[in-house]
Design a protein around this ligand. Structure first.
Ligand SMILES: NC(=O)c1ccc[n+]([C@@H]2O[C@H](COP(=O)([O-])OP(=O)(O)OC[C@H]3O[C@@H](n4cnc5c(N)ncnc54)[C@H](OP(=O)(O)O)[C@@H]3O)[C@@H](O)[C@H]2O)c1
Length: 335
């Protein structure tokens, strides 16, 4: 059987371009004993993949040049030689940007009966949703009724983080990169205040939305917004350093926040985290977030690109703000 897959063919020093990727055709063998053949329905593109394009040691290994872009995907079993896995079963995998693959049965995670459309397992019910949940309750020890500031608030992680904080009775201020996203945060997600970080002074906007200061800052962006957020913190506030997407394409190290000394006087807790540091919270996450989805307290949006050849553009779009909610790629068989 033939499958198309996307290979990394360049290591850009700055912003990636479509030339850094190539779509190639591969032959896929039949599954042997203990193996399954899976056809992907949705592929995930995620900011952390940018770090993996560099040939240097990080918390995940770099992608190989001429090798497939690996990462999250949801698919359906086509053929199975694994007891308990049947054609039609939905599975989560980490083989990335490819249409079809064969692998050992224990290299996929069966999703069981779906609690939401399959693509949601790459977003709100998947790694980004769990990042939002664990960042708030694990890294930032969120308490009911606090004041929360979220950067990157209209994206996959940020939109879930802000909504969870609202569910917990918090006052929530968010920032994102366009007027449309600001409207989404206020009108659809019921944020108390939102602003476009391209307009005016972020510090001033945060003060308007949180006149008493911020207890929990969920930072997805870093750079100037991290500095503005530090400037808005109250005593004993907590900052969850989730990501720093504004710096991922930098070719030179950016200066750190100049106001870090505020953390001393205010007794701030600034904590970086990876979702995998909080694996033990998976059950709580699935119970709470699927419950909130089911009763309508939590909603989600996706930005969907079509076809495997669009995966590079979808990925590059993360750095130009092309997405609202989770960015996914739908493959031809997803219906
Ligand atoms: N710690 C963890 O375990 C973990 C896990 C998952 C994700 N993350 C991090 O969480 C962050 C969000 O990830 P996600 O998957 O939810 O992506 P996302 O927010 O859905 O997509 C990326 C968004 O980042 C914003 N952005 C891009 N360049 C920017 C810049 N220079 N300044 C400000 N905003 C910029 C864009 O929105 P605008 O239009 O608003 O600019 C874009 O839509 C990323 O930093 C990611 O690395 C961390």
């Amino acid at each position: 059987m033939k499958s198309r897959e996307v290979h990394l063919v360049g290591r850009p020093p700055g912003t990636p371009t479509p030339d850094d990727f190539r779509v190639v055709e591969a032959d896929i063998g039949d599954p042997g004993p203990g193996e399954v053949l899976v056809r992907n329905l949705f592929l995930s593109v995620d900011p952390y993949m940018r770090g993996r394009m560099r040939d240097r040691k990080s918390y995940v290994a770099p992608f190989g040049l001429g090798a497939t872009m690996t990462g999250g995907a949801v698919g359906q079993v086509v053929e199975s030689q694994v007891p308990g896995l049947f054609p039609g079963d939905h599975v989560l995998s980490n083989f990335g940007w490819r249409e079809v693959f064969t692998c050992a049965g224990d290299e996929v995670t069966p999703l069981g009966e779906l609690r939401a459309p399959a693509s949601a397992y790459l977003g709100v019910l998947g790694m980004p949703g769990m990042t939002a949940y664990t960042g708030l309750f694990g890294a930032a020890s969120l308490k009911d009724g606090e004041t929360v500031f979220v950067s990157g608030a209209a994206g996959a992680v940020g939109s879930v983080a802000g909504q969870i904080a609202k569910i917990k009775g918090c006052r929530v201020v968010g920032t994102a990169g366009s007027a449309e996203k600001v409207r989404y945060l206020v009108d659809d997600l019921a944020f108390d205040h939102a602003f476009d970080y391209h307009e005016g002074q972020p510090r001033q906007h945060i003060r308007e939305g949180a006149p008493e200061g911020v207890d929990v800052f969920f930072d997805n962006v870093g750079g100037e917004l991290l500095q503005a957020g530090i400037g808005a913190m109250r005593e004993f506030g907590r900052i969850a350093l989730c990501g720093a997407i504004s710096m991922y394409n930098d070719t030179e190290a950016a200066p750190g926040p100049t106001n870090l000394a505020r953390a001393i006087g205010l007794g701030l807790n600034i904590r970086g985290f990876l979702v995998r540091h909080y694996r033990h919270m998976r059950k709580d996450f699935m119970r709470d977030v699927s419950g909130w989805l089911a009763d309508g307290q939590l909603t989600y949006r996706e930005t969907v690109y079509e076809g495997i050849e669009s995966a590079p553009d979808a990925f590059i779009g993360l750095f130009t703000g092309a997405n609202i909610g989770k960015m996914v790629v739908r493959l031809d068989d997803a219906g």
